[in-house]
Design a protein around this ligand. Structure first.
Ligand code: HMG
Ligand code: MG
Length: 286
């Protein structure tokens, strides 16, 4: 097993989407430009969702237009439907992400659709992306716990991961959306999903509400997962998941992985600087 772990920075999207203050586009661009020097291969910077649903992401096109693109970094965007896909293409996103839920309650709350309807919505996106060789990542939310439906059956996650992978998503990011997973529930879920999707195509996306994200990362590492989504400064949460707090902080995970002997390729000094910027943005002082 490789001793390299990739951290996928999602702070400028998952982090900032939940902030109450209207953050000026210039501040978002400055954060992304700082992160671009940290050594990431992928940074999620935009979300082409309805501004009525997530006002904070309304300037996503301007963010993609304003950043200084670093060589070797792919700048990613969320796309819930064809409108979002078209806008992401126009803005020059290097890859896109679709997002589904393993629980019906969160699916309805987040995208106003059943799980089955959301999959139908993604099919034309996947088809269009395939024609232009645009990589598509998929998120599955509520992989162990849902704020509306309670515990999630690992078999449902596995079935959905199978479907999304079969439709051409290159990686499936498994979201503990409300940060209630435990190492045991993460392990049960991963063991089910691994039977359907190669572990090399899975990522862990753990929010840190209960302070167990690092333990959940450790459980995932021991089952072979080598990609984790994190948000610099521990920013964020999901506005449609009551109780969701930020993703586990990038700088904390990077230091943790280094202590365990994994290579992340990240510059910890740049991360600390970006974490300071992120925290100032949260406090409205940037
Ligand atoms: P809807 O209200 O059912 O659909 O929303 P609609 O088609 O009636 O659209 C409503 C309005 O939005 C219309 O405007 C559309 O034109 C407009 P109006 O006619 O009322 O003026 N609209 C759009 N505008 C801009 N871009 C678009 C777009 N689409 C429609 N792409 C919809 C359905 C999916 C659009 C809505 O539910 C939505 O945008 N949801 C997104 C919610 C969201 O972004 N949540 C956070 C991201 S997911 C997450 O954080 C979890 C994750 O991190 C993993 C984890 O932690 O688990 C990924
Ligand atoms: Mg999330």
């Amino acid at each position: 097993m490789s001793d390299t772990v990739e951290i996928f920075e999602v702070g400028p999207r998952d982090g900032l989407q939940n902030e109450k203050r209207e953050i000026p586009v210039g501040e978002k661009i400055a954060l992304v430009d700082c992160l671009s020097g940290a050594g990431f291969t992928r940074i999620e910077v935009a979300s082409f969702v309805s501004p009525k649903w997530v006002p904070q992401m309304a300037g996503s096109g301007d963010v993609l237009a304003g950043i200084t693109r670093a060589p070797g970094v792919r700048y990613a965007a969320l796309t819930p439907n064809m409108r979002g896909y078209d806008d992401a293409r126009t803005a020059g996103a290097d890859e896109i992400a679709i997002f589904a839920s393993a629980s019906e309650g969160f699916s309805k709350a987040n995208v106003n659709a059943t799980i089955a309807e959301s999959i139908e919505r993604f099919k034309p996106i996947l088809e269009a992306a395939r024609h232009v060789d645009l990589p598509v990542r998929a998120y599955i939310s509520c992989v162990t716990d849902c704020p509306f439906d309670g515990k999630t059956d690992p078999a449902r996650v596995a079935e959905l991961a199978d479907t999304l992978f079969a439709h051409g998503c290159y990686e499936i990011s498994l979201g503990d959306t409300i940060g209630q997973a435990t190492p045991d529930s993460i392990a049960r879920m991963l063991i089910a999903v691994r039977d359907h999707v190669p572990v090399s195509r899975l990522a862990g996306h753990y929010h840190d509400t209960a302070g167990r994200a690092l333990a959940n990362i450790d459980a995932s590492l021991s089952l072979g997962v080598r990609v984790f989504d994190t948000a610099v400064g521990g920013l964020g949460g999901c506005p449609y998941a009551p109780g969701a707090s930020g993703n586990v902080a990038t700088e904390v995970v990077a230091e943790h992985l280094e202590r365990l002997g994994y290579d992340t390729g990240l510059d910890l000094d740049v991360l600390r600087k970006a974490a300071g910027m992120a925290q100032a943005m949260r406090g409205g002082e940037a």
